[in-house]
Design a protein around this ligand. Sequence first.
Ligand code: FER
Length: 307
Amino acid sequence: MCSLFQFSRRKAAWPLFLAAVLTASSCGAPATPEGRSRSDFEHPIVLGPDDVRAFPDAPGGFMSRHVGVDHGMIEHFDYASTVTGTTRHANVYLPPHYSRDHHYPVLYLLHGIGGDENEWLNDESPGDILDNLIAAGKAVPMIVVMPNGRAMADDRGGGSNFAPEKLAAFAHFERDLLDCLIPAVEARYSVATDREHRALAGLSMGGGQTLNFGFAHPRKFAWLGAFSPAPNTRPPAELLPDPAVARQFKLVYLSCGRKDGLIFIGQGVHAWLKEHQIPHVWNVDDHAHTSPEWANNFYLFAQRIFR
Ligand code: FER
């Protein structure tokens, strides 16, 4: 957080509200025994005029199973990782009527600090959300890959989630994703392999990973979704040293709940994108740092990709 704070002080053009938010950042805040500041969750929430809804919330029943709606399938997927030296696990959503006659776009969907490859399935029902959207013609049939974003041999969540080696493993996932997972998915499934058919999104730590990896690899991904991005997000000037690169994305979707102490991270990225006139969505709804926020924004994001 200190680096984000220092960065903000160098950028005189940042809106005043943001400077105020960052001045109160977690520099000097008590760290956990593992050395990270869970206290970021108690960060003062200072909302500005831009911190409003970009879209109405998902309608009731959007994540339920409905009669008459065709369902996709969830598969377990194993792949060999040269980063961890282990076989790693992911869950894969295949849309209804998945067929090798069609080449599908792929969304890589990343979990938060305590989660693993099952977090999205357990808490946000992305398969049911997509089944409903596809049936209504509001989303294109796509494959969703939900990996474990903690690239280390013992990649289970729980225990000391803020331990330095676990936080480092979230950064190491960049190479696992690019060098191991994506090639394995593309070898196994019937997918389109150009950037315009590949999206990256995630919640909290996964939102930070999305911004860190996505902006660094514009030739790999054309669609990015960062839901409640966490303090693993690099400072915006490091994320996007060249604003022209950022303009190559078909969609940069940022969201956070107005009751989330981590909102200062999304506010910082939004302010930087706005300052550099980089088109993006900044959706601030009424939720906190909890699954209704992520289900809602998955629903909104999934309709806007690959079209
Ligand atoms: C932090 C506070 C929260 C942090 C990460 C988180 C890396 C992640 C939260 C989540 O994934 O839900 O200081 O530092």
